[in-house]
Write a protein that binds this ligand. Structure first.
Ligand SMILES: Cc1cc2nc3c(=O)[nH]c(=O)nc-3n(C[C@H](O)[C@H](O)[C@H](O)COP(=O)(O)OP(=O)(O)OC[C@H]3O[C@@H](n4cnc5c(N)ncnc54)[C@H](O)[C@@H]3O)c2cc1C
Length: 418
């Protein structure tokens, strides 16, 4: 940890969550010096469901395979997970493994781990001769100054200044970088309100640590989740599209509390459960629409770029993927000593080439999922058909297979096939 920060760096990363730490590891692996600033002292909490998908695992493997083996060796805080249970509004459920042949897998396709632990794991991996890390330092303003950016941050009640040619914005939702540089405004149709409560002793958890997405009618478009954690704990929460929260004047905390205590599917499971904290809320900027992800002197990553999957609410994998691509773009810009919008524009293309089809499909699924009857139909049929369950499993691994969910024929066939 740098005690006296340098006052100029070609590249500065704002935020050391999954997006920022991944970008930092990517830059260090190519020996590119940079500053990494976070307002928090690590380890720190982050309100989240704590579920890491196959995509996050894929990025870790691509960054450095040893990261994944380190992670697989941690058993006290990381819980391997093999699939997902979907519960439909009428209370039926299906169990879908994350990958076919999952019982033969050596390592789990996904994990559940408190962000307190995961982000600290990743942050520790940013330690390098090339990364000047400053934590407990909040960026309070970013201003253009000729070809550079003037960045002011507050640390121990003192204001400090730094100039940088390129800012990799990884400062999450409520990003000061987005406000200062891109000017994008909050859009409630592409934003989800979420709350989380850690519980202990929730009963009837899945034996293979499947995560549970419970699509009860009052939570559509959105869902209630129960994700297992090590040590008999569970991450319990709910997320609903913000537009709906405002339209229906919902109080998400009261709704979650009432559902846990009174819903026939849940009340027995929570009878002996104990909340470990007060409910905590945070927003999810969804990747429902395309935005500019770069401009003169900046690249947006993770939540600052609104890259959360609109159907599942997963954002860690996309944050890490965008951090990795941002590092690659920054290496190229650094070698050309050129941080102009023209050169950085490639970043938008790469990100949307990798993610747009998936995000667009998830936006369609989010819309379809508001129709409780359709959800009931799919889950009813799949609970009786191993072939349909295998088809849905293949959809996790194959985007072309998943795109069948967009087609009316897929549902029509189910309706006719009684
Ligand atoms: C309720 C909820 C449940 C979720 N569940 C899941 C899930 O189960 N699985 C999943 O994949 N995703 C989930 N997500 C989404 C996921 O949490 C985010 O997509 C992910 O954290 C994005 O990572 P990031 O690095 O972009 O931002 P963050 O993780 O938010 O990190 C941003 C970092 O920037 C720092 N920072 C912020 N402002 C400043 C500043 N001014 N100066 C310096 N530093 C600053 C912060 O301290 C933080 O460390 C959930 C989100 C919510 C709200």
């Amino acid at each position: 940890m740098l005690s006296v920060p340098s006052t100029h760096s070609s590249i500065c990363i704002a935020g050391a969550g999954p997006a920022g730490s991944t970008a930092s590891i990517g830059l260090s692996s190519r020996q590119i010096p940079h500053v990494l600033i976070d307002k928090a002292e690590f380890p720190r909490d982050k309100i989240c469901g704590d579920a890491l998908s196959g995509k996050a695992v894929h990025v870790l493997r691509k960054l450095d395979p040893s990261l994944l083996s380190d992670l697989n060796n941690i058993t006290d805080t990381f819980l391997p997970s093999f699939g997902v249970r979907f519960v439909s509004p009428n209370g039926n459920h299906i169990d879908i493994p994350f990958s076919s042949g999952h019982s033969r897998l050596k390592n789990a396709p996904g994990f559940i781990v408190k962000r307190f632990d995961f982000d600290n794991f990743l942050f520790k991996k940013t330690e390098s001769d090339y990364a000047f890390r400053i934590h407990g330092a909040e960026i309070i303003s970013i201003q253009r100054n000729g070809e550079n950016l003037d960045i002011t941050y507050r640390r121990n009640n003192t204001e400090n200044h730094l100039t940088a040619g390129l800012l990799i914005a990884a400062d999450g939702d409520r990003s000061v970088s987005v406000r200062s540089l891109s000017g994008r405004k909050l859009d409630r149709s592409a934003y989800c309100a979420g709350i989380r409560i850690y519980y202990e002793n929730v009963s009837d958890m899945h034996p293979e640590n499947f995560i549970e997405l419970i699509f009860l009618k009052k939570f559509l478009p959105g869902y209630l989740w129960i994700f297992p954690l090590p040590g008999g704990m569970a991450n319990v929460g709910a997320g609903i599209l913000s537009r709906e929260v405002s339209r229906r004047k919902l109080n998400l905390r009261e709704l979650l509390d009432d559902t846990i205590k009174n819903h026939p599917l849940l009340k027995n499971r929570f009878r002996n459960a104990r909340p470990m904290e007060e409910p905590k809320g945070w927003g999810l900027p969804l990747g429902s629409y395309k935005h500019n992800l770069s401009g003169n002197n900046f690249l947006l990553t993770g939540d600052a770029a609104s890259l959360i999957d609109p159907f599942t609410g997963e954002g860690i994998g996309n944050a890490m993927l965008s951090g990795m691509i941002a590092a690659e773009t920054a290496v190229n810009a650094f070698s050309h000593k050129n941080f102009t919008a023209e050169l950085l524009k490639d970043y938008d293309e790469k990100i949307y080439q990798l993610l747009w089809n998936e995000l667009r499909l998830s936006r369609t699924l989010q819309k379809l999922s508001s129709h409780a009857w359709l959800f009931n139909l799919v889950v009813n049929k799949a609970s009786k058909s191993a072939t349909l369950r295998a088809t849905i499993t293949s959809m996790f691994e194959d985007l072309d297979a998943r795109s069948r969910l967009k087609k009316p024929e897929f549902y029509l066939k189910m309706l006719l096939n009684r």
